[in-house]
Ligand binder design. Structure first.
Ligand code: SF4
Ligand code: SF4
Length: 100
């Protein structure tokens, strides 16, 4: 049985992303100073990525499953600190589950 990549698995759902109004906002430069980077471990859709060798932090709100995990493990998101916010997508936007 072929093991699907995360992107292949996410492609089984449909996303109507609101590119002008992303529902999760982070400060990728400031994230480099975060000492735990828990988001990179807790996101089931692997939206947060940290490459220490390249000193590069990346995040993509497209593909977010809206589970809320990152909001609870990240004190900056949880407290809506400057440069950080978490909201559900506006009505009709976001993920449209096709499976499960
Ligand atoms: S846990 Fe929050 S502050 Fe830390 S890297 Fe992730 S999004 Fe950035
Ligand atoms: S809400 Fe869930 S799926 Fe979306 S970015 Fe946060 S942890 Fe990942």
């Amino acid at each position: 049985m072929k093991i699907l990549s995360m992107d292949d698995r996410l492609a089984k759902n449909r996303f109507d992303s609101d590119d002008h109004n992303p529902h999760i906002i982070i400060d990728k430069e400031a994230c480099k100073t975060c000492d735990h980077k828990a988001c990179t471990f807790c996101c089931p859709a692997e939206r947060y990525k940290w490459d220490a060798q390249k000193d590069k932090f990346s995040f993509d709100h497209v593909g977010c499953l809206e589970c809320g995990n990152c909001r609870y493990v990240c004190e900056r998101l949880y407290r809506s600190m400057t440069g950080y916010s978490w909201n559900y997508p506006s009505q009709g936007k976001g993920i449209i589950f096709r499976e499960g």
